[in-house]
Write a protein that binds this ligand. Structure first.
Ligand code: TYD
Ligand code: MG
Length: 454
């Protein structure tokens, strides 16, 4: 047997170094190198490629058969996957402990199990505990094969023998390979086990779902390289205080990323929420200042979200700028635009901005809504009732159009908003029924429209 050699793998970028260093020489991250032992047996990940050697063919010779997707049995889950599981696909599902990963997967397996062979490999819980959860979910009679096992080779043997179509590994951190000496959960074990399972899936095996733990920074534990290995990376997240759970794709070889599936956690498991927009609005009996509704696009789905701002006289030398669910730097930029172009100064104010219900907004379409929420809080006067606002704001004070404006308008109209304040370039020829448009090209115009309306 070859002598074991060590390399050090960065958790962030997957880059390798021959010796331990405080800083990764590839991505300059600190304290991310972990030891990875190689050459410890035949099973080592680097030895064989993922697929057997194939012939070179030209692209037009390859028949593009549309892959028959396997439905997860939960439409919201399917939506995030881009329409269901792809045969041979490997999905990594991350999320905080207790958020409901095992619950979601058990519910999905029970549905898929009605027609296909499914296997649930549990390394964290005993079969009794899984059965107890199934009883709670009223799924005791479900046709789900259960395997309490943490040894990779044993899991592989069972998969080869029973040939299930869908396998859940809960979790990848508990699995270990005999071929390595490292402890379960270590970088080398996680990486090797994931590589082996991926290889199995790619060579005509089942759809593989790997549950992954997240670190306290919120990224998937284990080397970043896991994310490169798999086809789809999903995060299951939620606000600790609410029962809503969002499932989000951050990487998907077979569908749109940032697609969002919405569930509510109930006494009897996860229930799908088909009209999530209503969820991201807090219901006020009276209009309140500092609140502005906007429509963001999560993947392919428009979502109405309430933006809240609170301005308060600062008691510190440097006023605070704090955002929840929105980008902090964006807020500083918007405040500068507001000052320079609309003459609204917040220099002596602490500014807090929040997207309601724990939703995260990554696109600039919420800019204009953030601005108006800030102005509204500063003036302590609510926006006129029934307003919804979207548009990107540029440094020159211009209001830029956002993509798929009509779909956003339709979603707002569906929820009963009466007035939409939007970029002029987004004005559609045919305005959806029940909604009136105010179109603007500059932030000054938007602030003026708010003053006139309120
Ligand atoms: P679980 O699926 O075990 O989380 P994870 O696998 O991500 O660690 O979910 C556990 C939580 O879900 C627990 O706090 C209880 C709650 N729960 C319900 O509210 N209703 C239910 O029907 C079930 C099964 C769990
Ligand atoms: Mg679990």
């Amino acid at each position: 047997m070859a002598r074991a050699k060590s390399v050090f793998v960065c958790r962030e970028c997957g880059g390798e170094s021959p010796r331990w260093q405080g800083q990764c020489p590839h991505c300059q991250a600190w304290n991310t190198l972990a030891e990875f032992r190689t050459g410890e047996g035949k099973g080592s990940a680097q030895r064989s490629s993922l697929t057997p050697p194939s012939l070179v063919q030209s692209l037009h010779q390859v028949k593009a058969e549309s892959l028959q997707r396997l439905s997860s049995g939960l439409p919201e889950f399917d939506r995030v996957l881009g329409g269901g599981f792809v045969p041979g696909g490997v999905v990594l599902l991350g999320g905080d402990p207790g958020i409901g990963k095992s619950t979601l997967l058990l519910q999905s397996l029970a549905q898929v199990g009605k027609q296909h062979g499914v296997l649930y490999v549990t390394g964290e819980e005993s079969p009794e505990q899984v059965a107890e959860r199934a009883r709670r979910l009223q799924l005791s009679g479900a046709a789900v094969d259960l395997l309490a096992e943490t040894r990779l080779q044993a899991v592989e043997a069972v998969i080869r023998e029973r040939q299930p179509q869908l396998v859940v590994i809960d979790s990848i951190q508990t699995l270990y390979s005999d071929a390595l000496e490292a402890a379960p959960g270590s970088v080398s074990q996680v990486r090797d086990c994931a590589a082996q399972l991926t290889r199995l899936a790619k060579s005509g095996g089942p759809v593989m779902i790997l549950v992954g733990h997240v670190t306290k920074e919120g990224t998937l534990a284990g080397p970043r390289i896991l994310e490169h290995m798999v086809d789809t990376v999903l995060y299951f997240e939620g606000d600790g205080s609410s029962s809503y759970r969002l499932i989000r794709a951050t990487k998907n070889r077979f569908g749109a990323v940032n697609e969002l599936g919405v569930f509510g956690m109930t006494e009897t498991g996860l229930r799908e929420v088909s009209n999530p927009s209503a969820l991201f609005m807090s219901r006020h009996a009276q209009p309140v200042s500092g609140s502005c509704a906007t429509v963001t696009l999560e993947g392919t789905r428009p979502l109405v979200v309430e933006i809240q701002a609170l301005l308060d006289e600062s008691r510190m030398g440097i006023p605070r700028r704090l955002t929840v669910g929105l980008e902090q730097n964006r807020l500083a930029l918007l405040l500068a635009v507001l000052h320079r172009h609309a003459g609204v100064s917040c220099g002596d104010q602490d500014v807090f901005v929040n997207a309601v219900a724990g939703v995260r907004i990554g696109e600039p379409a919420a800019d204009l809504a953030i601005l108006l929420a800030i102005v509204s809080s500063l003036r302590n006067r609510p926006l006129p009732p029934g307003w919804v606002v979207f548009g990107e704001v540029g440094l020159a004070g211009e209001v830029r159009p956002v993509q798929r404006g009509l779909e956003r308008l339709r979603e707002a109209a569906k929820l009963g908003f009466a007035v939409a304040l939007i970029p002029r370039a987004n004005a559609p020829r045919q305005v959806p029924d029940g909604i009136r448009l105010i179109t603007v090209e500059r932030v000054e115009e938007a602030v003026q429209a708010y003053r006139d309306g309120s």
